[in-house]
Ligand binder design. Structure first.
Ligand code: PXL
Length: 271
């Protein structure tokens, strides 16, 4: 059985990071190993959330794994709680990257033109360095603009999007997936595999949901681990994320803080 290690926080309520990565990766028939980077009572859009930093646990966990000889088909990082954690995760890459596996970095740190709470410019700089080591990155447009020092725009053209992608490739990421793109009245995801661009488009959903980036990245890294090429992995992940959003829109009791991916999880298993 293939195995992914995912390194991100556990938000006890909120349907993001590890609480979506674990069920999704498992449903795709892949073993999920985890390193929790922090424990939060709920994700950071909730005022008053608790935050227990687990930075000091990461190195002992990886040292133990090295002794046991564990290895992974993919290393997948999401929300990281501090600059120091990024350095430690970089060391984890040194220890666990092999010729046969790949690194997937979701630089989860911003959305809608603004950084999440707790983060600053130096965090962005560190995240940029982490992205330089990744085989695949999946920033949204806000994160991509921050990583490349571009102005975040609400209206733009293909040139803007493609020049950001080229900058990210120049920084060292071999494959780039840009989420949350609105172009020519269409919505979707732009990916670049080092050779060509692919534009995956979908209908517009006029509501803001949290945690969708984490759902997208978890499915995408799962599909890549199953051996799908980038374009197909993006389509699988995009279709699943949209189906999760639609399930939430249909449900009058949906929680505003996350999407109802549980209602469509079986579709991943069936695939
Ligand atoms: O979905 C990204 C995310 C992950 N983890 C935590 C967050 C967020 C977004 O706000 O707060 C703790």
């Amino acid at each position: 059985m293939k195995r992914i290690v995912t390194i991100q926080d556990i938000s006890c309520v909120g349907k993001c990071s590890l609480t979506v990565a674990l069920p999704i990766i498992s449903a795709m028939g892949i073993e999920a190993s985890i390193i929790p980077t922090a424990v939060l009572s709920a994700h950071t859009i909730f005022e008053g959330h608790t935050f227990k930093d687990l930075t000091n646990e990461i190195t002992p966990i990886s040292e133990h794994w090295k002794k046991e000889g564990f290895d992974f088909d993919a290393i997948y990082t999401g929300y990281l709680g501090s600059k120091k954690q990024i350095d430690i995760v970089s060391k984890f890459f040194d220890d666990f990257k092999t010729d046969g596996n790949f690194i997937f970095v979701d630089p989860a740190m911003a959305d809608g033109g603004v950084l999440y709470p707790h983060f600053d410019d130096r965090f962005v700089e560190k995240m940029k360095r982490l992205c330089s080591r990744a085989d695949v990155i999946s920033p949204n447009l806000t994160e991509a603009a921050l990583l490349t020092g571009r102005e975040y725009k609400k209206e733009y053209d293909r040139n803007y999007v493609e020049s950001i992608v080229y900058s990210l490739v120049e920084n060292g990421s071999k494959n780039v997936i840009l989420t949350g793109i609105a172009l020519d009245e269409k919505y979707g995801i732009v990916s670049y595999d080092g050779k060509e661009f692919d534009y995956f488009t979908h209908e517009k959903v006029d509501r803001v949901f949290y945690g969708t980036g984490d759902i997208f990245s978890s499915v995408c890294v799962g599909a890549l681990t199953q051996g799908k090429p980038l374009k197909q992995a993006v389509k699988t992940a995009g279709d699943f994320t949209l189906a999760s959003i639609k399930a939430s829109v249909r449900n009058p009791d949906t929680r505003y803080y996350g999407v109802d991916f549980e209602s469509v999880l079986h579709t991943l298993y069936e695939k």
